[in-house]
Design a protein around this ligand. Structure first.
Ligand code: NAD
Ligand code: UFG
Length: 339
């Protein structure tokens, strides 16, 4: 079976491509490289000893998509391509709606024209909104979103639901990721954010490797055990396996929504302490003001994925942190030196 992976040169995409190749899928990656790396795909080939067909291009480019669907017998699409920085989305809403919303629309149009009706979409726990009770469960309605990034995810979910309602040939998986961290155990591929990292894990890793002086912990007065925010961090390899599981098990058409998380909440301070214990590296930090828009605590109810996909997060926090550190230590500047 051949899978088109949009955004496959990015963080989650590259790890998913590894797992797809390992179980025997043929993979075609479409990526504009706006935030991905060709080197990541070379390393994917080294890890798997298999080849990846790579097409550099934009998911909004309809003629290109038509050529791809005509050239390759594509059975399904995993759609990672998108912009993902929450703060940037507030400053550049047009860019975010264009890439995330319009890009998904063009992709679906090209899929329908080519008769490909199976799509796995990268959604986010952010669609539950700030007022949802924890743990988040798929039966809850989507909530309000406070930034264009979150709104674009919610809108694409709605688009795919409407498509499925209008045409029962569509088979749609909406995978709501919690907080992916970690790296492939080889240390060859991992998360390589451009500029100053927005997210906690890459920031901790860059402080530990000496690229940044200290971590700012955004707020210690939340209503959590130690006052810092609590999230459900899951290993990117588990997340990759979740995509493989959702491709192989949802054979019925319709919309299938799955939370992909561990079901465990971990605070920012616990992340720092556990990272220090596991790696032996110190992570200097200071308490800083709250970051706008942060929710105090959320984690997944991941029971549905276990029941229906036979998927659950198998790798624990220490493994996530060890693998992050192996990647960062081996590649202090990410893929930069070979880009
Ligand atoms: P990433 O930025 O590493 O990967 C996204 C990839 O898409 C990049 O390689 C980028 O070059 C590519 N891309 C962007 N715009 C494109 C376009 N117009 N055409 C073709 N390619 C394009 O991000 P990631 O962390 O791997 O996230 C993958 C997906 O998962 C995104 O849709 C993101 O919103 C979603 N997601 C991520 C997280 C997270 O914490 N990382 C959480 C929830 C959801
Ligand atoms: N944090 C810090 N210092 C930092 C960075 C983060 O203290 O330098 C804190 C944040 O305040 C938050 C926690 O670490 O309490 C986690 O923050 P991240 O930015 O790593 O993750 P978020 O939960 O804010 O958001 C991530 C993705 C979103 C996605 C969401 C749910 O960035 O795209 O998970 O999937 F929507």
């Amino acid at each position: 079976m051949s899978i088109l992976v949009t955004g496959g040169a990015g963080y989650i995409g590259s790890h998913t491509v590894v797992q797809l190749l390992e179980v025997g899928y043929d993979v075609i990656v479409l990526d504009s490289l706006v935030n991905g790396s060709r080197e990541a795909l070379h390393r994917v080939e080294t890890i798997t000893s298999k080849s990846v067909r790579f097409v550099e291009g934009d998911v909004r480019d309809r003629p290109l998509l038509d050529r791809l669907f005509a050239e390759y017998a594509i059975d399904a699409v995993i759609h990672f391509a998108g912009l993902k920085a929450v703060g940037e989305s507030v400053e550049q809403p047009l860019a975010y709606y264009d890439t995330n919303m319009h890009g998904s629309l063009v992709l679906c149009q090209a899929m329908a024209a080519a008769g490909v009706y199976k799509i796995v979409f990268s959604s986010s726990a952010t669609v539950y909104g700030p007022d949802a009770p924890v743990p988040y469960i798929e039966t809850m309605p989507r909530g309000s979103t406070s930034n264009p990034y979150g709104s674009s995810k919610s809108m694409v979910e709605q688009l795919l639901m409407d498509l499925s309602r209008a045409d029962e040939r569509w088979s749609v998986s909406l995978l709501r990721y919690f907080n992916p961290i970690g790296a492939h155990p080889s240390g060859q591929i991992g998360e390589d954010p451009q500029g100053i990292p927005n997210n906690l894990m890459p920031f901790i890793a860059q402080v530990a490797v000496g690229r940044r002086l200290e971590l700012s912990v955004f707020g210690d007065d939340y209503s959590t055990e130690d006052g810092t925010c609590v999230r459900d961090y899951l290993h990117v390899m588990d997340l990759a396996d979740g995509h493989v599981a959702s491709l192989s098990s949802h054979r019925q058409p319709g919309v299938h929504i799955f939370n992909l998380g561990t079901g465990q909440g971990v605070s920012v301070l616990k992340m720092i302490k556990t990272f220090e214990q596991v790696t032996g590296q110190s992570v200097p930090y200071r308490i800083a003001p709250r970051r706008e828009g942060d929710i105090d605590a959320f984690w997944a109810d991941a029971g549905k994925a276990k029941r229906e996909l036979g998927w659950w997060a198998k790798r624990g926090l220490e493994e996530m942190l060890r693998d992050t550190w192996r990647w960062q230590k081996n590649n202090p500047h990410g893929y930069l030196s070979v880009k």
